[in-house]
Write a protein that binds this ligand. Structure first.
Ligand code: AMP
Length: 407
């Protein structure tokens, strides 16, 4: 099922002509980009792609998803709906995804018809936290100490080796801190599998809780020619697993920033990714880095690049997946991004305070046009670019964001 025909097939002559040059020829403006997922990331990708003259087809279960506003067409279907995915493939010259939780089998089938970027290998590895941990270990890159467990007995053995506190994470389907529980002591272990909705025999990632100095992330793009461009590393703050704010520069020693950026490029290469990849990191108290999570996509911690960098992560992703040269990822200067999270009972979203927030001339407001607001839902973000110091950017971004609320 699709939206009313705003994007008739007859209006797709570029599909044949742009493919004729082969998969490695650049896809030029006028070509159609398919996006699996129509949330805020798809919406912002779409803004960047449209600015460059590309057309957009989005697959999402909701015909009024945030990306619908920028899509030439929305194919309505679940992320595991093979028929809907095939419809998307028929309408697009290249397909990308804005979330990891799209069905890998469906993406595999899509690949037979159209290039899917950053790629199936990156998607499969990052969908499964255990596979991701093995991949990172294989590269000789540090993570928090971890074990695999599948029942009470192996969980107990892992806890004995790792100590407390622990983080138990389900391998599939977890993001924004969901599907993970913190276990403070041995008493907390009983019934933990059940609290995660797991039955005995299901594999589980058991991780030691690390006492990090700060959380960082590096957004890196890899082009079709294998070249990479890393954004300056950002410092992130999370609250109960959800990103709250990001600030650049991160305020870490130059060698840490360089190591983080090199690590991002190495991981993007090892994933053979084409597009933007994000690596979330812990900076440990001894000054070394440990990887927490990989995302083969544009990322919330890269939203600051829209106003704060010479090329936004969204434009960069479009350039990469279309086989164009990468843009300059340099930051213009100190930039801070604060997420606008919903609060209260689910209700129709109505934002109050925009004029007050924008009284700061360095503030930029992004609202994702979600119809319903609820507790902790990502509704938008606010960026302050052009401040003199990172702290000033952060203070001003927090102050402007505090003037906003959902009626
Ligand atoms: P995740 O869903 O794995 O990205 O985790 C979300 C957030 O939980 C991270 O950004 C950290 O703030 C926290 N977290 C996850 N794993 C650990 C860990 N092993 N030690 C300390 N904090 C963690």
């Amino acid at each position: 099922m699709t939206e009313p025909d705003r994007f008739p097939r007859a209006a797709l002559p570029s599909v044949a002509s742009t493919r004729a040059g082969g998969a490695r020829a650049p896809l030029l403006p006028g070509a159609a980009i398919g996006i699996l997922g129509g949330g805020q990331l798809g919406r912002m990708l779409g803004f960047a792609a449209r600015a460059m003259g590309y057309r957009i087809v989005v697959l999402d279960p909701d015909s009024a998803c945030p990306a619908a506003a920028i899509a030439d067409r929305v194919v309505v279907g679940a992320y595991d709906d093979a028929a809907a995915a095939m419809e998307l493939a028929g309408l697009a010259d290249v397909v990308t995804y804005e979330l990891e939780h799209v069905h890998a089998g469906v993406v595999g089938a899509l690949e037979a018809h159209v290039p899917v970027r950053p790629g199936l290998v990156a998607l499969r590895l990052t969908q499964d936290r255990l596979a991701e941990r093995r991949f990172i270990a294989g590269l000789g890159i540090a993570t928090a100490p971890w074990r695999e467990a599948s029942d009470d007995e192996s969980l107990l053995a892992a806890a004995r080796e790792l100590g407390f506190p622990l983080r138990l994470k389900t391998p599939f389907g977890g993001y924004d801190g969901r599907s993970q529980v913190r276990i403070a002591d041995a008493a907390g272990l009983s019934g933990a599998l059940g609290r995660l909705g797991l039955t005995a025999g299901t594999a589980l990632l058991v991780e030691a809780e690390v006492d990090f100095a700060m959380e960082l992330s590096v957004v890196v793009a890899r082009g079709l020619d294998g070249g990479t461009a890393a954004y300056p590393v950002g410092r992130n703050l999370h609250d109960a697993g959800i990103l709250v704010e990001s600030v650049v520069p991160a305020g870490v020693p130059a060698e840490v920033a360089t190591a983080a950026e090199a690590l991002g490029a190495r991981i993007a290469e090892a994933l053979d990714a084409v597009g933007v990849v994000t690596v979330e990191l812990f900076l440990l108290r001894n000054g070394t880095l440990a990887v927490n999570e990989l995302a083969p996509r544009v990322h919330n911690s890269g939203h600051w690049t829209i106003e704060g960098a010479r090329t936004s992560q969204f434009e960069q992703h479009v350039r990469a997946i279309c086989g164009l040269p990468l843009g300059d990822p340099t930051a213009y200067g100190p930039t801070a991004m604060v997420n606008l999270l919903g609060s209260g009972e689910p209700r129709e979203a109505s934002l109050v305070g925009a004029a007050d927030a924008l009284a700061d001339p360095l503030a930029h407001l992004h609202v994702y046009a979600k119809r319903t607001v609820f507790e902790r839902r990502k509704m938008g973000h606010l960026t302050v670019a052009g401040a003199t110091t990172p702290d000033e950017a952060l203070v001003r971004a927090r102050a402007a964001a505090a003037r906003l609320r959902w009626r």
